[in-house]
Design a protein around this ligand. Structure first.
Ligand code: HDD
Length: 710
């Protein structure tokens, strides 16, 4: 007979034992159960029955088989086995937060929507940011569009503005959406690549879909690798309608503008962030809200009438087009502040159900065929994902205004009507009735035409705005677009797809096409792609489209990584961290050991990261506060060399004390000092250094880094 395990023997000797940090008490039959001390609640089953032992399943003899009477085991496993719900078919990976929208002034002239009537009125919101292609567990810094979905709990029902961080879309008709998404996600036979469009199927579809070219310029730009969810714009994309109480309609496009300005990372940095911290964007939002730095966006609208729409160069119903802000300046109408994280990720962020068709009176749709198709799709997906028609009973989806209807029953009905009457009209004089005056009235647009499967000719220009986007970028941003296209197409195995893409690029910008063709090593330049309409060369650049040109010019909300060693000068460290805090930025300390360092005054300073766990890609800028003795702990560390070399390569500001010079040498940048590599002399106020950080990046350094001159 096998010997009893030692742990079991000892457990049988005592009346109170500790298992997994929990005190367990032996019952009269020798079984272990929760030791309920003070106000510690007794563990129960989901049926409310108290549980005596949650560590050992019921069995015959100490080493015998389990028995089916163990209803607690059965229930616990049953529930665990059903914990997952289907992830979203797109936008599976997301992160949400609560907050409010504050209206600046009455917009009654344009819309009767209640949330826009009164100055200073606050409406609660829940926002979910997401990537599109990746699965729920994919990394945050994938090159991808970001979802920017806002649910406003207005006094007249929920308004969902389900937008993206890019104001245009890949396709003009919702019927193409399943093809687009099939092509973008993992290929069906091999189930890779994860969260990447760098593969044949995506570029095959795109190269056969010229209407996607404007969107492709955006997704290959730095917009697709934002530094933080807090530093990106959001767009409603489509043209909507505002309708006022006289039933007059004004077309409207919605834009969210981040208070802290726009900022993205470099591609090489994104790749490394995904390894170092796949939750980079989540963590950033969590940390900033938990520490009271509430992210904020201004809601701006482009308002226009039918006459403007008729005279604009492009069709305002075409979701692959913008209206440049220089042509139609946006009007700021309110601000949104996110100030509270959900209590439970699953209950709120995972179960929140956004639907474009959720609009309050005063907001209506246009005939954008993508929007109309979306209005059909979102309800279906909630049924599949949340398992039944009662998903509006979930607190995150329920309106916060009074509501009354006769919908009843169905799976998991939690809010059930009382009384006899469940229909209307009725003779009991009970229950809600429709209200022609207060109820939602669709804008009475006059429509006519022949029923047919059509694409309007006014949607046919696929290249002009793609070119406009490209020529509106700074040199650095244009280089990034070329590099992104080259990277993605280099992963495409079928040469014909690469060539077809270059033939489209020729219609956008010949220099861009030539650069990509040369970097891909194309043997010969293809012909221009056939175009339904020639590319307009006369569209003016739109400065609003560049991130770099619209940078915030301040370091607020950003993070400095300070590399410290034993002997760090406490005075200097304090002056630097004070200056950073005064700038409303944050800092983290990186040291050879996470336990910290012994500073110049012999005090111990704890670190946030050890050098291996705190690479410079996690920070917006770095400072090297070493000491002549302490530098020895770092000089032979590859991670310390990478810390500096990466910061340089990613065009970040680097502040350094003299003793860090050998580290600059190891990183190969000692002879490449530029205006972004700044000496921090002893006894000098580091405020100057901190004020320079406002430029965020030294993009001018990039060509020299690329050429390997560093
Ligand atoms: Fe969509 C989710 C944004 C086109 C069908 N979409 C979804 C989410 C966002 C967007 C942000 C995630 C919401 C959340 O966080 O829960 N989608 C867009 C934008 C589009 C767009 C800005 C174009 C302008 N979408 C689009 C089309 C269709 C869909 C054309 C189908 C006809 N979208 C869906 C969906 C999803 C979704 C399948 C998946 C999960 C969900 O709805 O709740 O129904």
């Amino acid at each position: 007979m096998a010997k009893k395990p030692a742990a079991l023997k000892s457990m049988q000797k005592t009346d109170i034992v500790t298992i997994h940090d929990q005190k367990m008490q032996r019952g009269s039959g020798g079984e272990l159960h929760q030791f309920a001390e003070g106000d510690t609640p007794v563990l129960t089953t989901a049926q409310g029955g108290p549980v005596s032992d949650d560590q050992n399943s019921l069995r015959i003899g100490a080493r015998g088989p389990l028995v089916v009477d163990d209803f607690h085991f059965r229930e616990k496993m049953f529930h665990f086995d059903h914990e997952r719900i289907p992830e979203r078919v797109v936008h599976a990976r997301g992160y949400g937060a609560h907050g409010y929208f504050e209206n600046y002034d009455s917009l009654a002239q344009y819309t009767k929507a209640d949330l826009f009537q009164r100055k200073g009125e606050k409406t609660p919101v829940f926002v979910r940011f997401s990537t599109v292609a990746g699965n729920k567990g994919s990394a945050d810094l994938a090159r991808d569009v970001r979802g920017f979905a806002v649910k406003a709990y207005t006094k007249e029902g929920n308004w969902d503005l389900v937008g993206n961080n890019i104001p245009v879309f890949f396709i003009q008709d919702a019927i193409k959406f399943p093809d687009l998404i099939h092509a973008a996600k993992q290929e069906p036979d091999r189930a890779f690549p994860q969260a990447q469009t760098a593969h044949d199927n995506f570029w095959d579809f795109i190269s056969l879909t010229p209407e996607s070219m404007n969107m492709i310029m955006w997704t290959m730009s730095d917009r697709a690798i934002p530094r933080s969810l807090r530093f990106m714009e959001g767009f409603g994309v489509h043209t909507f309608r505002f309708v006022n109480d006289k039933d007059e309609s004004t077309f409207v496009k919605f834009h969210w503008k981040p208070k802290l300005g726009l900022q993205s990372v470099a591609w090489n940095e994104a790749v490394k962030i995904n390894g170092a911290d796949p939750d980079f964007h989540r963590r950033d939002l969590w940390n900033s809200i938990q520490s009271g730095n509430f992210p904020e966006w201004e809601l701006q609208v482009q308002l226009f009438d039918q006459e403007f729409a008729d005279n604009f160069d492009f069709d305002v119903l075409d979701p692959t087009k913008i209206i440049p802000e220089e042509i139609l300046p946006p009007k700021a109408i309110g601000r949104m502040v996110l100030d509270r994280m959900p209590d439970n990720f699953f209950a709120e962020t995972e179960q929140v159900a956004f639907m474009t068709q959720n609009v309050p009176p005063g907001i209506d749709f246009s005939n954008d065929p993508l929007l109309q198709g979306r209005n059909f799709s979102y309800l279906d997906t909630q049924l599949k994902r949340l398992g039944g028609p009662n998903f509006t009973h979930l607190p995150i989806n329920a309106p916060k205004c009074p509501f009354a209807h006769f919908q009843q029953d169905g799976h998991m009905a939690m809010r059930n009507p009382v009384g006899r009457v469940n229909y209307q009209p009725n003779s009991h004089g009970e229950g809600p009735r429709e209200s022609p005056t207060q109820g939602y009235r669709h804008f009475p647009a006059e429509e006519q035409g022949t029923k047919a499967r059509l694409r309007p000719e006014s949607f046919a220009d696929h290249y002009s705005q793609a070119r406009q986007f490209y020529i509106s970028q700074t040199g650095a941003e244009q280089r990034h677009i070329a590099a992104a296209l080259t990277f993605e197409l280099s992963k495409v195995e079928m040469p014909v797809i690469r060539e077809r893409m270059v033939s489209h690029l020729l219609n956008i910008d010949e220099t861009l096409a030539a650069t990509v063709a040369q970097k891909l090593g194309l043997e010969a330049m293809p012909k221009h792609a056939d175009a339904a309409m020639p590319t307009r060369q006369d569209l003016d650049p739109s400065p609003a489209l560049s991130i770099v040109n619209n940078g915030p010019k301040r370091f607020e909300g950003r993070k400095l990584g300070i590399l410290i060693t034993d002997g760090v000068d406490v005075g200097m460290l304090k002056a630097l961290t004070d200056a950073i805090t005064a700038e409303k930025a944050v800092f983290e300390l990186i040291a050879p050991k996470v336990g910290g360092v012994k500073a110049s005054d012999a005090s111990m300073i704890k670190a946030h990261h050890m050098i291996d766990g705190g690479p410079s890609v996690l920070f917006d800028a770095v400072a090297l506060l070493t000491s002549p003795d302490g530098i020895d702990d770092l000089i032979d560390e590859a991670t310390a060399r990478d810390f500096v070399a990466d910061a340089f390569q990613h065009c970040k500001f680097i502040g350094y004390v003299e003793s860090a010079t050998p580290l600059l040498q190891k990183a190969g940048i000692a002879d490449a000092i530029d205006e972004g590599v700044i000496a921090l002399p002893q006894d000098e106020d580091p405020t100057d250094f901190v004020s320079k950080l406002a430029d965020l990046r030294v993009w001018g350094r990039e060509p020299s880094v690329k050429l390997g001159k560093a």
